[in-house]
Design a protein around this ligand. Structure first.
Ligand code: 5GP
Length: 340
């Protein structure tokens, strides 16, 4: 056993120090970023916020609404090929999600979606530290050399490097920070998300790779802190849940009867495992919870509020482009954090 005594920080432990600026208005801030990806060689441009690959978040309707604002969506993996084919998907802004799968399953889906121009994969496992996952990324990269691969989750620099060297373009960072995640309480495993983001971004950027900070954002201020910590992309679950685009027609009809409350659950919750895996296997424990959240209307207003908040952060530190935000950030650690 070893103790790492260096303090590690979470969203609530830090604030961004304001700096003098020449910017006169939030309108002057450009939130778009263009990235050249290291392993696929692709170049992508958009506002680098991604809906989390959860069935209560990253629906086809959510993908459409986000793409209208140049935001991304990691469409959840439980749609059939026919459902995906019939949807008006934008190849520019959509990732399709897989767990560890036979390569043929991935190739068949990509082939079926060729018409949409989809060339981005989100390879998602709860624990990105297994050799099996590294081998899987290597295989996908070998078979699909030009495809954009986002893969995770991990929370430390060594494993960020390993996934990029295996073929990932973007590494998803976050073990335990999610709003409906129970990993920290069930297993005791985790890493405070601001420190994970800073350390993993540094490792990824050293290899020309990128990271996506995944989980724990509750406000636009948290999204700004994640970018300020060096995240290239930020993934959101809870902040996008509860909107019209995530609900079935039946749920929308029942809103009144349910006092405008909606069920939101983690993808490793008992709820999700009952729905997709025929229950929780005996050797497993649920690592996600179900929560009841208030219906929030269409997602457009939430998107505009997040982007408005982010522009405002940029003006507070004099960043005319999102790209400059981390370079212009000094985090201050709150006294309450230092004291405890
Ligand atoms: P949020 O934005 O809601 O704080 O976090 C979203 C992230 O939580 C997802 O992208 C995913 O990484 C993580 N997540 C989703 N469902 C579960 C779950 O059931 N268990 C755990 N441990 N993490 C989850």
């Amino acid at each position: 056993m070893r103790i790492d005594n260096e303090p590690k920080l979470d969203f609530d432990d830090v604030l961004i120090r304001p700096k003098r600026t020449r910017l006169a208005s939030r309108k002057e801030v450009d939130l778009h970023r263009t990235f050249k990806l290291p392993n696929s060689g692709k170049t992508i441009t958009g506002i680098p916020i991604i809906a989390a690959n959860m069935d209560r978040v990253a629906t086809l309707e959510m993908a459409k609404a986000l793409a209208e604002h140049d935001l991304y969506c990691a469409i959840h993996k439980h749609y059939s090929i026919d459902e995906l084919k019939a949807a008006p998907l934008s190849g520019d802004f959509n990732f399709i999600t897989f767990g560890i799968e036979h390569i043929k399953v991935i190739k068949d889906r990509l082939e079926a979606l060729k018409g949409h121009g989809i060339d981005k994969l989100c390879l998602d496992v709860a624990n990105g530290y297994t050799e099996m996952f590294v081998d899987f990324i290597k295989e996908v990269r070998e078979e699909l050399p030009d495809t954009v691969i986002m893969a995770g989750n991990v929370a430390t620099p060594d494993m960020t490097e390993a996934l990029i060297l295996a073929g990932a373009d973007i590494v998803k960072v976050g073990i335990g920070p999610g709003s409906v995640c129970e990993t920290r309480s069930v297993t005791g495993v985790g890493y405070p998300q601001i420190s994970a983001t800073i350390e993993c971004a540094d490792a990824a950027h050293g290899l020309g790779g990128l990271i996506c900070a995944d989980g724990g954002c509750r406000t636009s201020g948290d999204v700004a802190k994640a970018f300020a910590a060096g995240a290239d992309f930020v993934m959101l679950g809870g902040m996008l849940a509860g909107h019209t685009e995530t609900l079935s027609a039946e749920e929308i009809k029942e809103l009144d009867r349910n006092n405008n409350q909606i069920e939101y659950y983690g993808m490793s919750s008992t709820e999700a495992m009952n729905k997709y895996s025929g229950g929780v296997a005996e050797h497993r424990a649920s690592e996600g919870r179900v929560s009841s959240i208030a219906y929030r209307g269409d997602v457009r207003d939430t998107i505009l509020a997040i982007l408005g908040g982010l522009r405002s952060t940029c003006t507070y530190v004099g960043a005319s482009r999102l790209k400059e935000l981390s370079k212009r950030t000094t985090f201050v650690v709150k006294y309450s954090t230092v004291r405890t």
